[in-house]
Design a protein around this ligand. Structure first.
Ligand code: V47
Length: 389
């Protein structure tokens, strides 16, 4: 059965359809489907990954991106808060987590977390992105107080907090079901969830890169429950380590299937693996070709996701900017203080100014749109903002 894509079309950018060209015959039937708005199969996705005609794959992804959003390109003014790097998971993919007594381990007292939040607030951030390690001793009450305290001090700021992995860990800590844990966090002030911790759902790969995390089906089930409770979330995929194309396709299709069911995912963010300072440091870094193709394939396969984010912190601003013509419609944000990628060797700045993000977007011939976490347009001065609701 042919399935057509569910997202509403945007007033399309004028472009003659016959301008699609490729020297890769495998792409022709895929192009026919994309132009007809039909859903791509797993085999189509594998053919896209296998193709070296990155311009043709990118042309198709850009076609879909412009059909959905025209030239609009979203960014937000946000701040990351990583309340602790102490973690019991010891994932091989990670350079951020530390044992409790290891050099560089830190855990913020609540007041410290509030001070960290305040240092971004002066720039009128619209979102706090809050994630941390799986700390062996922090109490359930700490998390409730962290969220309630942030909400009380910064009521206008959207709290995008805790990955599905943290939620599952907190549920054990609280001795509650996943559902009741999410309900309690929502009542305390959590507004939505970030997309981290998904990594690659395939168990063989997961066993090697993040053995002690919840498995792929638990990640998906936690996301399903969050969506049922009205909490939107993002989704990620970590690529460029030991996974193969089949693993990537499996991951994308599992996300697409859940999105058909719940519609609760807002954005997909492909995350390139950074090997430095991790137990997998012998692996090479991803290349520009892989990064750009991953953005394009994600846009084409995830037809029911409204947004594909080029996370400039990990892609570099240069590759993220190019990807705005290869399927991405979002650059994420000012971020202010990124730690997870910088511990793993990222050489990008730890934050970017609003004007710099807008310049990247306009120089790519796109229209910058500042958004809040729920993709509502934001108008602002330097120190205040208004969300169009
Ligand atoms: O879950 C950890 C990844 C994620 C490394 O939802 C690594 O808006 C590469 O999820 N190399 C956290 N990746 C970041 C994340 C995120 C980022 C930006 C926006 C959003 C959003 C979510 O980073 C982890 C893991 O998948 N990660 N270590 C590493 N060495």
């Amino acid at each position: 059965m042919q399935q057509t894509t569910g997202i509403q079309a945007h007033a399309a950018v004028e472009r003659p359809l016959h301008s699609f060209q490729t020297d890769d015959p495998r792409l022709r039937p895929i192009a026919d489907k994309v132009l007809a708005g039909e859903r791509l199969s797993g085999d189509d996705a594998l053919a896209l990954y296998a193709s070296h005609d990155i311009l043709a794959v990118g042309w198709l992804a850009n076609h879909v991106r412009e059909r959905m959003h025209g030239h609009k390109t979203f960014f937000n003014v946000n701040r990351h808060i990583n309340h602790t790097n102490v973690c019991v998971a010891y994932c091989r993919l990670c350079a951020f987590g530390r044992k409790k007594d290891a050099p560089g381990a830190y855990t913020m007292a609540l007041e410290q977390a509030f001070e960290t939040a305040a240092s971004g607030y002066s720039e009128a951030v619209t979102e706090f992105h809050i994630v941390g390690g799986l700390h062996p001793d922090l109490t359930w009450q700490y998390y409730l107080d962290l969220i309630a305290g942030l909400k009380q001090r910064f009521p206008q700021v959207h709290l995008k907090a805790f990955t599905m992995v943290e939620i599952a860990f907190l549920a054990k800590r609280a001795k509650l079901s996943i559902r009741d844990t999410l309900v309690a966090l929502k009542e305390a002030g959590v507004d939505s969830l970030p997309g981290g911790g998904a990594e690659i759902f395939n168990e063989r790969v997961r066993h090697i890169i993040c053995d002690h995390k919840i498995d792929g089906s638990q990640w998906l089930e936690t996301a399903r429950i969050a969506h049922e409770l009205g909490l939107k979330s993002n989704a990620t995929m970590l690529y460029g380590h030991i996974e193969n194309d089949e693993d990537r396709v499996d991951h994308l299709i599992k996300l697409r299937t859940l999105q058909d069911e719940t519609g609760g995912f807002q954005t997909f963010i492909p995350l390139a693996f950074h090997p430095d300072n991790t137990p997998l440091s012998h692996l090479p870094w991803t290349t520009g070709f892989t990064d750009i193709k991953q953005i394009a394939v994600s846009r084409l396969v995830l037809d029911n996701f409204a947004h594909v984010k080029a996370y400039w912190q990990m892609l570099t601003p240069k590759i993220a900017q190019i990807s705005l013509r290869f399927g991405a419609d979002d650059l994420d944000g000012t971020v202010i203080e990124e730690k997870i990628y910088h511990d793993a060797g990222a050489e990008t700045p730890q934050g970017m100014r609003r004007q710099d993000l807008m310049r990247l977007i306009t120089e790519a011939g796109r229209e910058p749109v500042e958004r809040d976490t729920l993709y509502r347009p934001v108008t602002r001065t330097e120190t205040t903002f208004t969300v169009a609701v």
